[in-house]
Design a protein around this ligand. Structure first.
Ligand code: 5GP
Ligand code: MG
Ligand code: MG
Length: 203
């Protein structure tokens, strides 16, 4: 896509290399995902947990559409909304350490519940694998993962989420709440960051 044909905020004009997925296409895909995900649950309450911060926009749009969708019994799905903070990246490199914000008490409260984790992107898959490993000790009834993006990378640990919006090439992507050192969350489209962008916002 040529950048001039879409609205990229002026302050990011030189920081974005190309638009990979325009906002409208993201929204169309999420509408479809909301239908599919909702239709695969029965009438039990689902804890929908946003993996902060990157998953926040996808979470909001997905939940709003799931509220209007019907489950496999033709009914609306009862949802509890929750938030988890998981942090692993600095600049565009995984730090290898995954920090999960949930307390022991919060984790124990998940026992017997259906959990749907909403994540922005699976890259190596290590963050999600660690999170799922931790959760596996707490006797949940079900755990599913919806990730807006799945990166095609040779560094993948093989983990594949239950629901994926789009596959993206092995580039560092930003926008639609995905960040580079907390920058670019205020960009509607999913974009490839430029060298200028990387230099401008490196820490
Ligand atoms: P993984 O552990 O799967 O390698 O990476 C997990 C997390 O790293 C993602 O949830 C996301 O927060 C961050 N991440 C991985 N690749 C990208 C990327 O291309 N762009 C952005 N903004 N974040 C990424
Ligand atoms: Mg994330
Ligand atoms: Mg991030």
């Amino acid at each position: 896509y040529k950048l001039d044909h879409f609205v990229v905020p002026g302050h990011y004009k030189d920081d974005v290399e190309s638009i990979l997925i325009p906002h409208g296409i993201i929204m169309d895909r999420i509408a479809k995902l909301a239908q599919i995900i909702t239709s695969e649950y029965d009438n039990e309450r689902v804890v929908v947990a946003c993996v902060l911060k990157g998953g926040h926009q996808f979470f909001s749009d997905l939940v709003n559409l799931m509220k209007k969708a019907l489950n496999k019994e033709g009914k609306t799905l009862p949802m509890t909304l929750d938030f988890i903070r998981v942090k692993s990246y600095e600049n565009d490199k995984s730090t290898g350490n995954v920090h999960i914000s949930m307390t022991e008490k919060e984790l124990k409260e998940l026992k017997g519940k259906n959990l749907l984790l909403v994540e922005d992107i699976i890259d190596t898959g290590k963050t999600m694998q660690r999170l799922l490993e931790t959760l596996s000790k707490y006797e949940l009834k079900s755990v599913k993962v919806a990730s807006l993006l799945l990166k095609k990378t040779p560094l993948s640990c093989g983990y594949v989420p239950d629901y994926v919006g789009f596959a993206v090439p092995d580039l560092f992507v930003v926008g639609y709440c995905l960040d580079y050192n907390d920058i670019f969350r205020d960009l509607d489209h999913i974009c490839a960051i430029s060298e200028t962008g990387k230099k401008s916002y490196a820490v």
